[in-house]
Structure formats: C-alpha cells, structure tokens
Design a protein around this ligand. Structure first.
Ligand code: GTP
Length: 429
C-alpha cells in the first residue's frame, strides 16, 4: 500500500481571525502545545504504514519560515515533504486539482487530505481501514464527530445511513439543524475523486465562457473549487462518500483564543503517550520552577526557580521568566521577557515582548462548556452586537512592552506598541 497526504494550509489572506499573531508567522506554523500546528498532522501521517510523501498546498509566497519548516520536517520525520504553491487561492479542492499530477505520481492507493486549522488526535489508520472496507477503494471517506445541536450548524453537517456508513446528505453550514455529525476537515480519497473534481472544473470553465460572453469578469474565480460544496455535496447519496466517526478530541483553531484550548488537548495527549514532551517539576531543592499540571518549557528558556508555571502553559525558546512570576493557561512566544512577580493568565505574549515587574496580563477564556461532551469552541466575532469588544483572551503582538505594575485585561494589542497604563477591553492599534 502506498499512501500520500495533502495538508491544505491556506495563505496570508486566510487566518485573518488569527491576527495579530498571523502577521508574523504563517498560521499553520503557530505553536500548539509547543509544536507548529501542522507538525501534529504530519506526525500522525508518518505513523500510518506506507505513507511516502506529505504535500503542503497553500498560497504563501516565498515564506522563509515555511521553507525552513519543510526542510526540518523532511529530516526529522524521514519522509518526503514538499510545499506546492497555488498561484492564487484555489479553494479547498482547486489546489488538489491543479496539482493532481504531482499528488497522483507513483499511483498512491489513497491520499489523506487534511485541513491545517484543525487540532485532532487524528485516527488516520482507522479512517483508512474504514475507507477500504466500506467504499471498496473508491470515493472519499470523511472523518466525522458529534457536535451539540446548537453548534452543529456552524460546520459541515452529515446525514449518514447508520447501517452502511454512507453519507446520504451533506450540507455546509446549514441555516437550521440538519444533523449533529459534523465534518472534521479530514478525509481519505481514492483516485476517482480527482475525476469528480475535474468534472466540476470543466463545468466551471464552460460556465465562465458563457459569463465572459455576457461581459462578466471570471478571471480568478473560475479555477476556485470548494471541496465541501462543489464535491462532497454531489457525491453524497451516490455510493461514493462515507463517514467514519471518531470520539477522539477534535477542535478547530480559527482564532488565537482557540490556540490555548487546543494546546490543552494536545498537552493531555502528551501526558498519556509522550510525557517526555512535558516539563516536570524538579525534586525539591533543585533549581527548577514550580510546575503545575501540563507545561512545556523550551530548553533554551530560563525560568526562575521561584516562578510558578501551569497548567497549560507553553514557554518558547529564549524566553526569560523572572522571580516570583505566575503564568497559567498561556502561551509565551520566543524571546519574551516576563518580569518579576508579574502574572499572566489566559493570554498569548508575542515574540520579543516584555512584561514589567508586578504587571498583570489577563484574558477571558473561550472554552467550550465542560459539562456538555459535544460542545465545541464557539468562534465568536471580535465585537458583540452592542459594538463592544467581546471578552477574549489577551493577545500581545510581537514586541509589545507592558510597563511594570499595570494591568491589561481582555485586550488585543498590535505589534510593537508600548503601553503606558492599564487597559481593559480594548484593541490597541
Ligand atoms: P470558515 O469557517 O469560513 O473558515 O470555513 P472552514 O472552516 O470550512 O475553513 P476553510 O474552508 O476556509 O478552510 C479549511 C482549510 O483549508 C484551512 O486549513 C485553510 O487554510 C485551507 N484553505 C482554505 N482555502 C484554501 C485555498 O484556497 N487554498 C488552500 N491551499 N488551502 C485553503
């Protein structure tokens, strides 16, 4: 069996809800539990027997961080990794079609297609086994999970034949309730799916010819193909689309706030199967800080032994945390400096930022309801209907300086701002 994987990584115009952090690093490389978001996908891919190549498809141009990441993954995971760049955003299936020859070269038996912006304990081997046994090696099997009735409509909704696992109806973000099984943005496809995408492509071209005859501009839109609406919707009910349901953790990472929640899920996975990825408290009397719960501190960070860190904290390379600091439910990015006795809660501190002594940086978490097993992160807009900022985690962009003894609550601060006093519920542009 020869397999490949494609990860759809989007591009700079995507990930806008991730600003200001996606201004500095492509969103797919933002650290979740201390590793670039898509490294989690790639590690799951290489565990599948027969996986020979991982292709990243997106529209980032000459991104040095991305090129560096591709090189480092290629050597670390011992698998071929390539980045294929779309000339314009082609949609979630347009890039698959545009690069079909490269994807299908060597005739893989099946191809995994993964959205970059999901965090999941991906059951790829199980998904593949289900695909082989249910779809007779044709068509597509989508990974599904359950959401509660209220939230399901924010996703792609799947109505299945429970006996056969076939998808009978697929509706992307329906206006009213259709089903509580939602599309996880993870698929395994066989080669015939490229023919279905090709049919959509040809139809779009014919249609664009008619439109051009009417003087309608079609350049830039006719090559766009959406996997969900243009391909899955017509495949439903045709015997070629199946759903494999998982109960493992799954969440989307649309805005920066969901990165803290997604980190927590991956930290729990580390605790279960790769505890060496977590930093543990030293024995009493050692120079280690006090660690609470799941924490990952980069080996090049320097954390004072009187600081208390955790739970759910990632501290990046070169970060300095001074005496008595308290950090929980937060992400502190490379080379930031956290002053003595400062306190950071539910926040992301950007690259090279600095937090003064005795300052308090705090946000409001946006976690799903812990009492509802099918609740998902609610991706809320930045502003409420009253025009006020919705309370959210605090995000300090790259190089933001927070002076000593001030408090910053529920704020989003754009890069390189020097704050002069306390702030709450504001966006600092
Ligand atoms: P939204 O809630 O509107 O964001 O929809 P969604 O959750 O269905 O996400 P969307 O379809 O926009 O993106 C799914 C994944 O595909 C993400 O990882 C995107 O980065 C990626 N993606 C979206 N559009 C494109 C595209 O034109 N080209 C490529 N290569 N990737 C894309």
């Amino acid at each position: 069996m020869m397999l490949k994987a494609v990860i759809l990584i989007g591009g700079p115009q995507k990930g806008t809800r991730f600003r200001p952090l996606s201004l500095e690093v492509p969103k797919p490389l933002f650290p979740i539990a201390g590793l670039p978001m898509i490294q989690h996908h790639m590690e799951a891919c290489v565990k599948v027997d027969g996986l020979k190549e991982i292709l990243l498809i997106g529209f980032y141009q000459n991104s040095e961080p991305l090129n560096r990441f591709v090189r480092s993954m290629q050597s670390e995971l011992s698998v071929k990794v390539r980045y294929l760049q779309e000339y314009t955003p082609l949609g979630t299936a347009g890039g698959l079609y545009h690069f079909r020859d490269q994807i299908m070269s060597g005739s893989p038996d099946a191809v995994f297609v993964l959205n970059a912006d999901v965090c999941c304990d991906l059951p790829l081997q199980e998904l593949l086994a289900f695909h082989k046994s249910h779809s007779a090696g044709n068509g597509c099997t989508v990974l599904g999970t359950r959401a509660n009735r209220k939230q399901a409509v924010n996703y792609g909704c799947i109505v299945e034949n429970e006996q056969t696992g076939e998808v009978m109806h697929y509706v992307e973000k329906p206006e009213s309730f259709v089903s509580d099984i939602i599309n996880c943005g993870t698929y395994v496809v066989s080669s015939d799916v490229f023919q279905h995408i090709g049919q959509v492509f040809s139809r779009n071209y014919e249609r664009s010819g008619d439109d051009e005859d009417l003087g309608i501009e079609t350049q830039g839109t006719r090559d766009v193909i959406r996997l969900e609406q243009d391909v899955l919707v017509p495949l439903a009910g045709s015997g070629k689309l199946f759903v494999y349901k998982t109960e493992r953790f799954w969440t989307q990472v649309k805005n920066a706030g969901s990165a803290i929640y997604a980190s927590r899920l991956f930290f729990e996975k580390y605790a279960a199967d790769s505890p060496e990825r977590l930093t543990r408290s030293g024995d009493s009397g050692t120079e280690q800080p006090c660690i609470v719960g799941n924490v990952r501190i980069h080996p090049t960070a320097s954390v004072d032994r009187t600081a208390t860190i955790g739970p759910n904290v990632y501290i990046g390379p070169g970060v300095v945390v001074r005496a008595g600091a308290r950090i929980r439910e937060s992400i502190v990015l490379d080379r930031a400096e956290v002053g003595q006795h400062s306190c950071i809660l539910h926040s992301i501190v950007g690259w090279n930022g600095s937090i003064g002594a005795w300052a308090r940086v705090e946000g409001t978490p946006n976690d799903p309801n812990p009492n509802d097993p099918f609740a998902r992160v609610q991706v809320q807009s930045i502003f409420g209907s009253d025009g006020r900022l919705n309370p959210s985690i605090t995000i300090l962009g790259q190089g933001v300086h927070v002076p000593g003894e001030v408090s910053v609550r529920n704020c989003i601060v754009l890069p390189f701002k020097e704050l002069s006093g306390s702030l709450s519920n504001e966006i600092i542009l």
